[in-house]
Design a protein around this ligand. Structure first.
Ligand code: PLP
Length: 397
């Protein structure tokens, strides 16, 4: 059976060159970077080089990169670290309703511990208005955390504008750029952020490794305790092979990024146009242009996104409903609900996220199998029959 993987926002295959770069660090170069002997120093040197590569990719300095176990940990360290360091100054946090749970649940946990949380809404296109950030600022606001690009819709937030507001008020600003690195140019200075989270497995690197950019001078209390690793910001022996692989993946992803992402965008447009022109009652979620090249979130009315995901899987096509981290739960996506999509329609959402190895013929294959699956599922759907939409469309017979 033909296989077409369109779930790159969930994870990506590890690039063969990344595997090659990592392999020696499992066997002959296995040292602990904290050891003073040559084995340790070899590992430390590799990690320093990797730190330089990740820093260069986002316009940061080497000592501003803290390696973590991934995007979730980077988000946790940022949110808990800043609020804990500044808890004497204030206890108010500003975030948005569309954040990944790595940020949202961390903020909500802090709210349960006595912090005050403002969750800003977004508009119908999935964009948080910088003006609403300005209006939410209080004397006791210690952190603003708004994501760079949304994992479900791909919508890109006005981070530079929010960065200016944060700077004006002297408030620490964090952004989760896990979905953006390798797809969009990222420059921590242009964005005006104090902290920025990234993750390796979203850009053809290994899982379980990521980084947090921490601008020099940013107040950040440690959230794990142990050795003095990562300038006391993240205790624990570093995942050296993972870090080496992550850095190689970052180098590969940022090389010719514009051209490669341009091809991804063309494929996404072909997919979107193909679906919207052949299947009735489908809505595209999110801003038409301010979106990651890779991501198309579509609501197929009258059917469950989860059923569509399973049916597509039987034809070899991998996509996800809602975000990968919440799939398995039948709750409609909090991101789509925040955008004002009615719950019944949000239930029918499917995320197609393309990657650099996708091809035109893969997209053609999806455009061939998808309309038939949608038609079959709708025929079985009581909602569709009740709607009367099938009458005259020849789909119910
Ligand atoms: N933030 C965003 C926007 C994500 O999409 C993800 C993963 O889906 C994460 C954070 C968590 O990253 P990780 O899987 O590396 O923990």
């Amino acid at each position: 059976m033909r296989k077409v993987y369109l779930d790159h926002n969930a994870t990506t295959p590890v690039h063969p060159e990344v595997v090659k770069a990592m392999l020696p660090y499992f066997s002959e170069r296995f040292g602990n970077p904290s050891s003073v002997h040559s084995f340790g120093q070899e590992a430390k040197h590799a990690m320093d080089e990797a730190r330089g590569a990740v820093a260069t990719a986002i316009g940061a300095k080497r000592d501003e990169i803290v390696f973590t176990s991934g995007g979730t940990e980077a988000d946790n360290i940022a949110v808990t670290g800043v609020t804990s360091a500044l808890s004497n100054k204030g206890r108010h946090i500003i975030t948005s309703t569309i954040e990944h749970h790595a940020v949202l649940s961390t903020c909500q946990h802090l709210a349960s511990m006595g912090f005050e949380l403002t969750e800003l809404p977004c508009d119908g296109h999935g964009i948080v208005d910088p003006q609403s950030v300005r209006e939410a600022v209080r004397k006791d606001t210690v952190l603003i955390t708004i994501m760079h690009a949304n994992n479900e819709t791909g919508v890109i937030q006005p981070i530079e504008e929010i960065g200016k507001i944060a700077l004006e008020h002297g408030i620490v600003f964090h952004t989760d750029a896990v979905q953006s690195l390798g797809k969009l140019p990222l420059d921590v200075n242009a964005l005006g952020v104090n902290l920025l989270s990234v993750s390796s497995h979203k850009l053809y690197g290994p899982k379980g490794v990521g980084a947090l950019f921490v601008r020099r001078g940013t107040p950040l209390a440690p959230s794990t305790f142990g050795g003095h690793h990562e300038r006391k910001r993240r205790a624990g022996t570093e995942n050296v092979s993972g870090i080496v692989g992550f850095a190689r993946a970052v180098e590969l992803a940022t090389l010719d990024m514009e051209a490669r992402q341009g091809r991804v965008l063309q494929l996404r447009r072909k997919l979107e146009e193909g679906v919207l022109s052949t299947i009735p009652n489908v809505r595209l979620n999110g801003h038409p242009t301010k979106r990651l090249p890779s991501t198309a979130s579509l609501c197929f009315e009258f059917i469950e996104g989860e059923s569509l995901v399973l049916s597509l899987d039987m034809e070899g096509v991998a996509v996800s409903s809602g975000s990968a981290c919440t799939s398995g739960s039948s709750e409609p996506s909090h991101v789509l609900l925040a955008m004002g999509v009615p719950p019944a329609i949000a239930q029918g959402s499917v995320r197609f996220s393309l990657g650099t190895e996708n091809t035109e013929s893969g997209v053609d294959y999806v455009l061939d199998v998808l309309p038939k699956i949608v038609e079959r599922l709708r025929v079985m759907s009581p909602l569709f029959r009740q709607s009367g939409t099938c009458v005259g469309e020849g789909t119910a017979g």
